[in-house]
Design a protein. Structure first.
Length: 188
């Protein structure tokens, strides 16, 4: 009978310990894991909401960038149209002329006359040569029939640095125009 009592006692202890283990596991889950799971779930929901909001904001910003890009394109077209209109008005009225060639930064030699192309196609003009971009202290000479050799002969004695600036004024029978655009040229 002692053997039966021992087995019964052992069974009772085993049953009660498994009940205690089950109860303590549920208590441990409720005490430790449930708050952690809730915290993770709340955090993931917050991250999801932030990502969705950012996604909407990025889409809105992309739409705005496309509208701005279109507006910039329109503005660029208007600037080109305005410049073309200015060139045509200037050339038609004889107010001024633009130097088309040589272009900014062209390397020139003091002994070789340059070829100048103007927007007005006038063969006679005053060529101004200066050490300064504002054309202060410029020397000038009349160019006839697009022959710059006489005017260019002044460059060697006049220019002191590695850069020189040129501008033109077209001449009529009694008046001369405003300065054209100023073009910076490089010397070797």
């Amino acid at each position: 009978m002692q053997k039966r009592t021992r087995i019964a006692t052992f069974g009772l202890i085993l049953l009660s310990s498994s009940l205690v283990f089950t109860f303590s596991t549920k208590t441990a889950n409720a005490w430790f894991f449930d708050p952690f799971e809730n915290m993770v779930e709340v955090t993931l929901n917050t991250i999801k909401e932030i990502v969705l909001t950012l996604s909407d904001d990025i889409g809105t910003m992309a739409d705005r960038i496309l509208v701005m890009s279109d507006n910039i394109g329109l503005m660029a077209d208007r600037i080109v149209e305005t410049e073309e209109l200015m060139v045509s008005v200037i050339t038609q009225s004889g107010i001024s002329s633009l130097i088309i060639e040589p272009t900014e930064g062209t390397l020139v030699n003091v002994t070789t006359p340059i070829n100048i192309t103007l927007s007005s196609q006038k063969p006679d003009y005053l060529l101004y040569i200066s050490n300064n971009a504002d054309m202060s202290g410029a020397t000038n000479a009349l160019v006839q029939n697009n022959d710059t050799s006489i005017a260019w002969s002044r460059v060697a004695d006049f220019v002191t640095g590695k850069k020189l600036y040129i501008a033109v004024r077209t001449v009529g029978e009694t008046t001369s125009s405003d300065f054209s655009n100023t073009v910076m040229l490089n010397l070797p």
